[in-house]
Design a protein around this ligand. Structure first.
Ligand code: GDP
Ligand code: IMO
Ligand code: MG
Length: 430
């Protein structure tokens, strides 16, 4: 297999960072294809932790090319800081980083609009990284692209054209209209970041095609998760990009037939940050126990994550809409010590049993999860390196999930560290 796409199968934070880091062992190129610094992907290496927001999580493997694809929205100052922090670890100094010249730029005024909207009615609970307004500008064909950072005259003209509309909007939303000094500062900062990024900017799609042509292994790293997809998630409580396998084609600039395999990543339970429906959400007391055990706080915003039981109908939706043929199951160790684990296996809706999560908000509000209960286990499982090493009740849980989902696990993660992993099959294998 030459091109593998690994995506979050829930509402984000499934452990993509760890899984992508492991898969990159076998990859020559790793590509982020969508979203921006709303992502927070955690990599644990011994006592050291690195959280990537824009740079692919394969970055710890020296020599692997790291690509920021066409479909991303990039905050240039955040990227410059992230590159510096990673270079300080002795990585990314050999030209491994390529930033698409077609990716869009998140400007400070995008964050201002978002902050004002989030302070008003209909807040989504966003990450505050300017993602929505940057994608809006792109769809309105008024966006600023990474290539524009290299031409200050063009940058100035584009910002001016945008602010004609955006300044009054900020005021309408209750904010202070940006001053001439604000605007000059934003343009200067973006142009300076552009100068710093210049050696890394290029044609990402062509580079990826070249790698595929040379039979190199390419890993497309999803951000967010299937249920946060703009088209296929729990709209409007979603992000503003295509987070799934189709987004990988669009955002990496490759064709659907270039992708050989799509794998998903899911926790052994469920979490969500921000607002929106979460039918399997646990009662507050139980959620607090799991949140503590799983250290469930946002890697980008530090917000406590909402916690719920695993939702098989939601995963079935993610599997079907993305062509997922295998899953990584993460955070199985978090369940240790729980007397009982519940799993939503179907929904009851208007007297009918349905196997996939309904996405229509009215249907979802009326749907009630139907649970199957599993016995918990007390024995720790972080040292397990094969399914047989797991406590019996954990083995029962894992195999029940595989049959409920209809796809196998290729990996089971039993702790944040690289070594705390049961590897079952290699997605890059034929
Ligand atoms: P991502 O956004 O999908 O990359 O996930 P995050 O990094 O936002 O959140 C996942 C969190 O779970 C991080 O703190 C990881 O270090 C941690 N993690 C990943 N896999 C495991 C696991 O198997 N067990 C435990 N206990 N933690 C894990
Ligand atoms: P990773 O890649 C979890 C959520 C936000 C909010 C909604 C819209 O780490 O899994 P946005 O800032 O994108 O406009 O917010 O999407 N969200 C995430 N939740 N993990 C993420 O990324 C997320 N990126 C966005 O909390 O509900
Ligand atoms: Mg995250």
């Amino acid at each position: 297999m030459s091109v593998v796409c690994a995506i979050g199968a829930q509402w984000g934070d499934e452990g993509k960072g760890k899984v992508v880091d492991l898969l990159t062992e076998r990859a020559d190129v790793v590509v982020r294809f969508g979203g921006g610094a709303n992502a927070g992907h955690t990599l644990v290496l011994g006592d050291d932790t690195l959280i990537t927001h824009l740079i692919p999580s394969g970055v710890l493997h020296p020599g692997t090319a790291c690509v920021l694809g066409d479909g991303m929205v990039i905050d240039p100052e955040t990227l410059v800081d992230e590159i510096a922090a990673i270079q300080a670890r002795g990585l990314l100094s050999g030209g491994e980083l390529l930033v698409s010249d077609r990716a869009h730029v998140v400007m400070p005024y995008h964050k201002l609009i978002e902050a004002r909207r989030e302070a008003g009615r209909g807040a989504i609970g966003t990450t505050g990284r300017g993602i929505g307004p940057a994608y809006e500008a792109k769809a309105a064909r008024r966006g600023i692209r990474v290539r524009d950072l290299l031409r200050p005259d063009r940058l100035r003209e584009l910002v001016a054209r945008n602010l004609d509309e955006i300044s009054p909007l900020i005021a309408t939303l209750g904010g202070r209209e940006p001053s001439a000094a604000d605007i000059a500062g934003w343009i200067d900062a973006a142009a300076r970041a552009g100068e710093a990024l210049a050696p890394h900017i290029g044609d990402a799609s062509r580079f990826i095609h070249g790698a595929i042509g040379d039979h190199k292994r390419v890993l497309c790293e999803g951000a967010q998760g299937a249920l946060l997809d703009i088209d296929h998630g729990t709209y409007p409580y979603v992000t503003s990009s295509a987070t799934g396998a189709a987004g990988a084609c669009q955002g990496a600039g490759i064709g659907p037939t270039d992708i050989d395999r799509v794998v998903g990543i899911t926790k052994a339970y469920a979490t969500r940050v921000g607002s929106g429906p979460f039918p399997t959400e646990m009662a507050a007391e139980m959620a607090a126990v799991w949140r503590e055990a799983g250290a469930e706080r946002g890697a980008t915003t530090g917000r406590p994550r909402r916690v719920g039981w695993l939702d098989i109908p939601a995963l079935r939706l993610a599997i079907r809409k993305n062509g997922i043929t295998a899953l990584a199951l993460t955070k199985l160790d978090v369940a240790v010590g729980q007397p009982e684990i519940q799993v939503c296996v179907a929904y009851d809706l208007d007297g009918r049993q349905i196997d996939e999560m309904p996405l229509d908000p009215d249907d979802l509000a009326r749907a009630t999860p139907r649970y199957q209960r599993f016995a918990g286990w007390d024995a720790p499982c972080r040292e397990a390196r094969a399914v047989d090493d797991l406590p019996g009740a954990a083995q029962t849980y894992v195999s029940a999930l595989e049959s409920l989902l209809g796809v196998p696990f290729f990996l089971i993660s039993v702790g944040p560290a690289r070594a705390a992993t049961i590897s079952l099959s290699d997605p890059f294998a034929e």
